[in-house]
Design a protein around this ligand. Structure first.
Ligand SMILES: Cc1cc2nc3c(=O)[nH]c(=O)nc-3n(C[C@H](O)[C@H](O)[C@H](O)COP(=O)(O)OP(=O)(O)OC[C@H]3O[C@@H](n4cnc5c(N)ncnc54)[C@H](O)[C@@H]3O)c2cc1C
Length: 420
């Protein structure tokens, strides 16, 4: 068995899978090692929303534009598009939210400007009656209406596995259940990954370049090689898995402490959450607490009071790495003595491709090969196109804010539906 490789990829989530797939396509002898099942940890646990930048719109508009550009890119790829589904969201508006309502529609008005990039329609404002007609079980008291908008969604774990399959078809090799325990220098300038396989037996693999795509574990991997621990925060996210689809659309509503909670279809089930909290320590969590489960149930009962929850739904927890204001980070550890190691950390699914390409470019340079992904100019062009298509989202948001005085008048419980 051949145990020497050009490139070793640690982590079988969406980022590692994309690096592996592209490396194999370029003809590199690549090996992917995953300690658990292929498909990743945060990736498998994710809600799978391939958003077009909505979470970034106010604070980081350029990141939002980039995100919309990535959605446009993925939708152009026939293979990827087949794995994506349109997901309609109803953002429920209750009187208790006060000014939060204003902010939500302002954001969606700005988001509309990017909708053509995502092949989505503009958002719609639903009156209370229309919202109730759409979701019959909604809590009536305090309901003002809803905002309907579209996103794209995918099963991110399946998507990552499909990328790995493509890499295998190009001649790569991937091992699940194989945990990297040490990264040490090897003869000839290579690095050796010392691992345990699924039976606990020791294995060793050598490669001339290593991409650490271990998500929330990437600081541990960097530490193994003597590299600087990449600085990012860890967020523990907890959700409930409910059987079936209790609502027609995905629902978004204000939950505990004013945070948004989603009830989002995922395969045959629905995911309700998340509850988010900063996480310290090892990221090996997979269960939420009883209290978290109860909090989520209570928040759902507040909007769907008649919903009968049979049995005890599973409470899942997973840790995601957030690289800060930048949506992804690629770190070359050569200055710290770990000369073959590249770390890539990515905070959202839509950035998996630019993150993977930048990491692979860095790995190619270590292999003495030219970088092949024209990341910067391509992204600049995308941004320019997005700006042309969408204008300045912040301006649109401000314009929407000024148009929407009627929303916050307390007597105006039924607001008009404006054709857009
Ligand atoms: C609950 C939840 C919901 C989310 N929902 C969304 C969403 O709807 N939309 C969105 O854009 N983003 C979402 N995210 C974020 C998104 O899932 C992540 O940004 C993305 O999946 C990160 O992918 P990754 O490949 O970097 O990490 P991961 O999928 O975690 O992959 C890293 C892999 O490395 C492996 N690994 C670690 N250490 C080792 C080792 N020593 N040896 C071998 N393998 C190792 C791990 O087992 C893991 O499988 C969500 C995250 C969570 C937790």
């Amino acid at each position: 068995m051949r145990d020497n490789f050009d490139l070793l990829v640690i982590g079988g989530g969406i980022v590692g899978a994309a690096v592996f797939r592209r490396a194999c396509e370029l003809g590199l002898r690549a090996l992917l090692l995953e300690q658990g099942a292929l498909g990743g940890r945060a990736t498998e646990a994710s809600f799978g929303i391939f958003h077009g930048g909505l979470p970034y719109l106010f604070s980081f508009p350029e990141t939002a534009l980039l995100c919309a550009g990535e959605a446009a890119h993925l939708l152009r790829s026939r293979g990827a598009r087949m794995r994506m589904r349109r997901q309609t969201f109803l953002r429920l508006l209750y009187q208790s939210e006060g000014r939060g309502i204003l902010r939500s529609e302002a954001l969606l008005a700005a988001y509309d400007r990017l909708a053509p990039l995502r092949s989505a329609g503009p958002h719609l404002r639903l009156s209370r009656e229309e919202a109730l007609a759409e979701e019959r079980g909604l809590m009536c008291e305090g309901l003002l209406g809803a905002l309907r908008f579209e996103e794209w969604a995918l099963d991110a774990g399946d998507f990552a596995r499909a990328l790995i399959e493509e890499g295998l078809a190009f001649g790569g090799r991937a091992l699940a259940g194989t945990r990297v325990c040490a990264l040490v220098p090897a003869p000839g300038g290579a690095s050796e990954a010392r691992c345990t396989d699924q039976d606990g037996a020791p294995r060793a693999f050598q490669a001339r370049a290593v991409v650490n795509a271990a998500g929330a574990w990437s600081a541990q991997i960097a530490g193994m090689a003597g590299g600087r621990k990449p600085s990012f925060s860890l967020l523990r996210e907890t959700y409930l898995v409910l059987p079936g689809h209790p609502a027609r659309s995905a629902l978004l509503f204000q939950g505990p402490a004013g945070k948004h909670i989603g009830l989002i279809p995922h395969g045959a089930d629905c995911r309700l959450g998340p509850l988010s909290a900063e996480h310290a320590g090892a990221p090996d969590v997979n269960r939420g607490t009883f209290q978290e489960g109860e909090l989520l149930r209570a928040s759902l009962r507040a909007v769907l009071p008649g919903l009968a929850m049979r049995g005890s739904p599973r409470t899942v927890a997973a840790v995601r790495a957030l690289p800060g204001p930048r949506p992804w980070r690629v770190i070359d550890h050569s200055r710290e003595g770990a000369r073959n190691l590249i770390t890539v950390v990515c905070g959202d699914i839509p950035f998996y491709r630019p993150a993977a390409e930048e990491a692979l470019n860095a790995a190619l340079r270590k292999l003495g090969r030219p970088a092949v992904f024209e990341a910067a100019p391509q992204r600049k062009a995308l941004l320019e196109r997005a700006v042309r298509a969408g204008g300045r989202p912040l301006c649109a948001a401000l314009a929407a804010l000024s148009r929407m005085g009627s929303f916050i008048r307390p007597k105006n419980k039924v607001f008009p539906v404006k054709p857009r």
